[in-house]
Design a binder for this molecule. Structure first.
Ligand code: MIG
Length: 788
């Protein structure tokens, strides 16, 4: 009945928005203890605490004093914050250095302003409360110029104003379209951009939550079907500041092993050892770099996790070692469902050691997934996470360094598509139902896997790819956007989806290149690979019955294009790696919407078909078939066409030629980028490290080179190579000063400085030495070899 008009039967209309709303009412008392402001109201209790000068937490419980226990998303402890309190008759004002919170008493209304006195959030008609369905609700005023970014993994355009969004980790195989919501990830965080001010809200609720950003009245709201109303406001004042504040609260992405940033090849499934060897042989023979091959569910014995099928993969150790010798890693899939089979050791341990999710009555919950009837580890318990992590010795002992977590919403083949919401998680002694904790199942599986592998790899970085997650997922894994299809529309959709993941703390993300389900075409694969070259995570993956889409599947012409772009990925690796380091430190994503860099330029507010790498490179993929031109928006400044060296003026839309072999790329004049040579990521010496300076008439450019060993955590101890290059130049003179720090010795001892811009340089100085004679002028560029 859901797909007929019955679905919109007039009798089904729920109560008019807000009419069943129980406002929290007037303040009855206000007190303060150890930095917690406790407000008792007619219909509920509110606690307010500052985490830093710029982060405030508001918790409301309609029934009892709120609990200040946080979800596992939050890893930051409260910092000591100094504040002033001003108690008036009608309101109480609490101010830190960066934000001021005003509590109006009759009825309770909270507003927050930044240090300039600009309003971040305010409430008028309605504020906090609950509704007849027992949900906790929060209304805030919507301002006319608001734009909303973040919300994790969502379909649709970049700016979420006008949308309703739900958070409930869901396995959605049906084609993703603008009304497909929710998907696999739940990140209840968003940023508001209002004129030149930005700030963020994180609604930390692990059950099903809803955001209503529709414009019908002047409010937006968020509500949770279970749990408390627990939210944080981040003061900004820029989007970058907000992201740094949010990732300080929920954790930073560790620096991935460098091989995880290379090109990855997957298929559901490479089913046998021969098939894998042949695949690898093809890559090597064709000279297409590949860092990792994925093993989907067919590698297992009857889909039992932590096993290999003895017939299909008779000698995994040897296979993995041989591949490793060729510079290729293998990433196996691991799902949470453990097959009910009394002769299978993982199941035996799970039952006898009490590791599985159970009903309150004590019986194990079983759900149908690939292995048939299966039990699910209760990852809400620390000892279960430890156990599951330990089990990964099975993989690490074989030399495996990366794991792929799928189906961890968790997905179950039944009507509700997931675990029975009545299941009671033990949650380390604070039992809660699956309804209340659903959205953190994948996050905690990720934690178990990442921490287990990290322990076993003894100082080597591990890699995790996860489908489901919650706020904080960036601490453990990269995220791919699930079962997309080989549709041009899905290529288009992937750009804003990944940009918003980046604006939600998840810098390391990407879609299945070529599309998962449905049949790719050569053109689509070429265009999608061009885009994938610049997504933080770069994996070609396709489904069981879909047309093959390995790089050579569509003839020589397409193979050539695909190969060129996979190689280009490696050329750009030093630049991407540097940006990963930045994301690790600041939470600012590698792949950025233009609005993050140009927040006052209205052309960027909802720009969903082009993106930036760092702060100076624009990528504008072609995303329609048989198309050789596209419009590219270039913001203020001058931009250099990466392929033609043509200089284009910013502040304009340009029509750019982009034949099938061309991905439009633009580098901002007066900036620099780093390039490497074409090769695979590991164990090959870098022989052609280059710094490209895109010079304007005159100016100054500061560029930081970043390198480390790419595989250990020594970077945390300063074993890094950093070199701050400062260029001062005019049309005929260029002076570079270098400032090297850190104790790491890169595998290259020299690099080449490539100076773009067609002036006549008469003098090039480096650290006070005249190197003009070393420079070679070539096609409008100067090429200068340098030692480090
Ligand atoms: O569709 O393991 O999203 O990447 O290939 C069923 C098989 C389960 C879903 C994942 C997909 C993977 C597939 N899995």
């Amino acid at each position: 009945m859901q797909d007929t008009s019955f679905a919109i039967h007039p009798g089904k209309k729920k109560e008019i928005k807000g009419t069943d709303f129980q406002d929290i009412g007037n303040v009855l008392s206000f007190s303060e203890q150890n930095g917690v402001f406790m407000i008792k109201c007619e219909h509920g209790y509110v606690h307010v605490t500052f985490y830093t000068n710029s982060i405030v937490r508001v918790v409301m419980n309609p029934d009892t004093e709120p609990s200040l226990t946080t979800s596992p998303a939050v890893i930051k402890e409260r910092e000591p914050v100094s504040y002033t309190v001003n108690k008036g008759k009608e309101e109480v004002v609490v101010a830190t250095e960066n934000m001021t919170l005003t509590v109006r008493k009759s009825p309770l209304r909270i507003s927050i302003t930044d240090k300039e006195g600009l309003t971040l959030v305010n409430e008028s008609e309605k504020g906090l409360g609950s509704n007849a369905a027992g949900e906790v609700v929060c209304f805030k005023n919507m301002h006319q110029h608001d734009h909303y970014y973040g919300f994790g993994e969502k379909t649709g355009f970049l700016d979420k104003k006008g949308n309703q969004l739900t958070m409930w980790n869901s396995d959605v195989y049906a084609p993703h379209n603008p009304e497909t919501d929710p998907l696999y990830q739940s990140i209840p965080f968003f940023m508001t951009l209002r004129d030149d001010l930005a700030f963020g809200i994180f609604f930390d609720n692990t059950g099903k939550t809803h955001f209503d950003m529709r414009e019908e009245d002047d409010t937006y709201s968020f509500r949770g079907e279970s749990g408390q109303l627990d939210y944080y406001v981040f003061a900004g004042p820029t989007m970058k500041d907000t992201l740094t504040q949010y990732t300080a609260l929920t954790g930073n992405m560790p620096l991935p092993p460098k091989w995880a940033l290379g090109y990855h090849q997957s298929r559901y499934s490479y089913e046998t050892e021969e098939e894998v060897r042949e695949l690898v042989h093809n890559f090597l023979e064709k000279g297409i770099p590949v860092d990792a091959i994925y093993l989907d569910i067919h590698y297992m014995d009857g889909y039992r996790v932590f096993t290999f099928d003895k017939n299909r993969f008779p000698n995994p150790k040897k296979l993995l070692q041989d591949l490793r010798d060729q510079g290729i890693r293998v990433v196996p899939i691991v799902d949470p469902g453990v097959k009910e089979d009394s002769e299978y050791s993982i199941y035996q341990e799970g039952v006898t050691q009490d590791r599985f999710c159970k009903y309150i009555e004590g019986t194990i919950y079983f759900g149908d997934v690939w292995p048939g009837n299966s039990a699910f580890p209760d990852f809400t318990n620390r000892d279960v996470r430890k156990w599951w992590g330990e089990k990964h010795r099975f993989y690490s002992d074989l030399g495996i360094e990366g794991i792929w977590n799928d189906m961890n919403e968790p997905a179950v083949f039944n009507e509700t598509k997931t675990m029975d919401t009545k299941v009671m998680h033990e949650n380390d002694g604070d039992p809660k139902t699956h309804r209340e904790l659903h959205n953190i199942y994948g996050l905690l599986m990720g934690e178990a896997t990442y921490e287990g592998m990290k322990r076993q790899l003894k100082g080597k970085r591990t890699f995790l790819l996860t489908r489901a997650g919650y706020a904080g997922v960036q601490r453990y894994g990269s995220v791919w956007t699930g079962d997309n299809r080989s549709f041009w529309e899905h290529l288009q959709m992937a750009i804003p989806m990944c940009m918003n993941l980046g604006m939600s703390g998840v810098a390391f993300c990407g879609p299945d290149v070529g599309g998962f389900a449905h049949d790719a075409t050569g053109q689509l694969l070429a265009r999608w690979t061009q885009f994938g070259t610049f997504t933080p995570y770069f994996r070609n993956h396709s489904a069981l019955d879909a047309a093959r889409q390995e790089p050579w599947s569509f003839g020589e012409n397409i193979e050539e294009i695909v190969k060129n772009y996979i190689q280009l990925r490696y050329v750009w690796m030093p630049e991407l790696y540097r940006l990963f380091k930045e994301a690790h430190e600041s939470g600012i994503p590698v792949m950025r919407p233009l609005v993050l860099e140009y927040p006052t330029d209205k052309h960027t507010f909802n720009l969903s078909d082009q993106f930036m790498i760092g702060d100076n490179v624009i990528i504008a993929p072609v995303m329609t078939p048989d198309t050789e031109h596209r419009v590219v928006y270039l913001p203020e400044g001058s931009w250099v066409n990466y392929w033609t060296e043509e200089v284009l003026e910013g502040g304009h839309h340009h029509l750019i030629y982009a034949g099938l072999e061309t991905l439009p790329i633009f580098v901002k004049q007066n900036t620099a980028i780093a390039h490497g040579a074409i090769k695979s990521t590991t164990e090959v010496k870098e022989e052609n490290y280059q710094i490209h300076l895109y010079k304007g008439k005159e100016g100054k450019v500061v560029y930081r080179i970043y390198e480390d060993d790419g595989q250990t955590f020594d970077y945390e101890q300063g074993k890094v190579y950093e070199n701050e290059l400062t260029f001062h130049y005019s049309s005929d003179k260029l002076e570079l000063t270098t400032n090297r720090t850190g104790t790491y010795e890169p595998d290259w001892e020299s690099f080449t400085l490539v100076i773009h811009g067609d002036d006549d340089l008469t003098q090039i100085m480096i650290d006070g030495k005249d190197v003009t004679k070393l420079a070679e002028a070539k096609a409008g560029k100067y090429i200068v070899p340098l030692s480090i």
